[in-house]
Design a protein around this ligand. Structure first.
Ligand code: F6P
Length: 533
């Protein structure tokens, strides 16, 4: 069945007309409208989202909400959370929200298995943290190496980095994602196999990076211990492919489930969150789940005009599709959130970087903008020049926390001052001084919109809510663009070709390649033949 395109809706045409009228109106005038901040700032779960510096009027916001109503975004969110087949190409539900819901609110079909796995996770984490779990020689585990990539890595490492203040020293969690040998060499340096536990997180247990890393880690372990029987005590898996994990040598009691109804990039709420729970404790991990659930409840119940994820999605659509922003910057003003751009790149670009609608037809509007970002004042001294004087339209989210987890009040005040100064500079600009030529060079046009997000503090609960906010933004945008945010067919070809190029870089040039790739293969082979250390 062919869908009516979003662009054919009268609500879309109304938005296009409003955008055309607003695009040339000075932003400073719009921001100067009465009760601007009050009308355009929203709070949920201690997270303030301020759209008052956006090129948006009450009328435009109402029109965006009318589009959301027309596309039944809150109802779609409810269907998602109730277990509808949201991932249409793979015929699966996308029930990450069930993982963080209290048992009574979980869809019955998945209630019991989630409960069971959560209890197993709790037992495992508690035993590891209080020293009951020991290595094969009886020594306590001091390091946990989490092997996984993409969704099996980014969420956990981001969360851990953000919640450093909640971590206790033992055992220390390290992450190994890339296939680059430098990464594993660096990670294993100084580790003692007797006190190291490896977690292999891979939904498919077929991802090359994770399998190559896990295999090398197992060899490292065996070379130093000579104890094949001890692998079972030092390797844990999180996967939906327990047969492959078993074949690797991981004991059934050490295999945690990933279900096909949880997408990789939405999986940190499952056992993929083990490294988070190991580092901050199970009760803090549950706080994260509770914060995410609170955001789920809000996303499900609040009308579009007060619904934070829906509004965040709509403002993104407005900036990209109506006003022509070509990329989206995420500028974090809190060191603890420095991994957020990388995390969001996977969450948003792997979900919505698509050009085919759910019915198989080609989308007739731009989907996911390039998402990029950087941290704090470092970014100001690197690329903000382009934000202030470059000639490409972009959208931006500034993200800060009101209360820090340190006692350097003066630093924090400067940090927040810089965050607000950047959005204000983007808004107001500055007339250049000097002669005409110099004045032209020194002029900042301003007139550039932004969103500012402020967390009251960065607790596990708030982090959970923040991640859920963006997850639902992604779902809402996918719904508006009429694409499936839960598959990722685009990454398959590169994996297949790497399988074919790998032997050619060794001694087996079995496959034919295009002339350019063949030339590069020959060059690399000549170079590596000169001697690899
Ligand atoms: O890059 C594609 C992808 O499938 C991601 O969606 C996923 O998070 C990642 O690879 C890792 O997959 P797995 O958990 O199966 O190893």
């Amino acid at each position: 069945m062919t869908l009516h395109t979003t662009t054919s809706l009268p609500q879309w045409q109304r938005l296009a007309a409003l955008g055309a009228a607003l695009i040339n109106r000075p932003l400073i005038d719009i921001v100067g409208e009465r009760d601007r901040y009050q009308h355009f700032s929203f709070v949920c779960e201690g997270i303030l989202v301020d759209f008052s510096k956006q090129r948006l009027t009450d009328e435009a916001l109402r029109a965006l909400c009318a589009l959301a109503e027309q596309l039944q975004l809150p109802a779609e969110l409810a269907r998602l959370m109730d277990g509808a087949i949201a991932n249409t190409t793979e015929r699966r539900a996308a029930l990450h929200t069930a993982l963080r819901a209290p048992a009574v609110r979980r869809p019955a079909a998945v209630r019991e298995e989630i409960e069971l796995e959560l209890a197993r996770m709790e037992g495992f984490v508690d035993a590891l943290r209080d020293g009951r779990t020991r290595g094969f020689t009886g020594r306590a585990i001091r390091h946990v190496v989490h092997i996984g990539i993409g969704g099996s890595h980014l969420g956990p490492e981001f969360a851990l980095d953000a919640l450093l203040a909640y971590q206790e020293s033992t055992p220390r969690v390290l992450f190994l994602a890339n296939i680059d040998g430098h990464a594993i060499a660096e990670t294993l340096r100084g580790l003692d196999p007797e006190t190291t536990l490896f977690i292999v997180a891979s939904k498919s247990f077929a991802t090359k990076e994770s399998l190559v890393n896990a295999t090398s880690a197992r060899s490292w372990f065996l070379e130093r211990t000579g104890r094949a029987d001890a692998v079972a005590d030092h390797f844990v898996a999180i996967t939906s492919n327990s047969a492959a994990a078993g074949a690797f040598g991981i004991a059934p009691r050490s295999i945690f489930s990933m279900w096909d109804w949880v997408g990789g990039r939405y999986s940190l709420w499952s056992a993929v969150g083990l490294p988070i729970a190991i580092a901050i404790g199970m009760s803090c991990f549950k706080e994260m789940l509770a914060g995410a659930h609170a955001m789920d409840q809000h996303a499900r119940a609040a009308p579009p005009e007060r619904n934070l994820p829906v509004l965040l999605a709509l403002v993104g659509i407005w900036n990209l599709n109506i006003l022509g922003a070509q990329s989206h910057a995420v500028l974090t003003y809190d060191r603890r959130l420095r991994m957020m751009p990388s995390y969001l790149q996977q969450l948003e670009m792997e979900s919505n970087g698509k050009s085919v609608r759910t019915d198989g037809s080609t989308v007739d509007l731009q989907t996911m903008p390039v998402l990029w970002g950087g941290e704090e004042t470092n970014a100001q001294h690197a690329f903000h020049q382009q934000l202030h004087q470059g000639n490409r339209a972009f959208s931006v989210d500034f993200i800060a926390c009101a209360r820090p987890a340190h006692a350097h009040a003066e630093h924090h005040q400067w940090l927040l001052a810089n965050c607000l100064a950047q959005s204000e500079a983007l808004l107001i600009g500055r007339a250049g001084e000097g002669d005409a030529v110099l004045a032209a060079h020194r002029t900042l046009a301003g007139n550039r919109p932004s969103t500012t997000i402020v967390l009251d503090e960065l607790t596990p609960r708030r982090l959970g809510a923040l991640l859920a906010l963006y997850e639902h933004k992604v779902f809402c945008q996918g719904t508006i663009w009429q694409i499936n945010p839960f598959d990722q067919w685009g990454v398959e070809l590169g994996k297949v070709l790497a399988d074919a190029i790998h032997p050619a870089l060794g001694d087996n040039p079995a496959h034919a390649h295009d002339a350019s790739t063949q030339g590069l293969i020959s060059h690399l082979k000549r170079q590596t033949d000169l001697g690899t250390p």
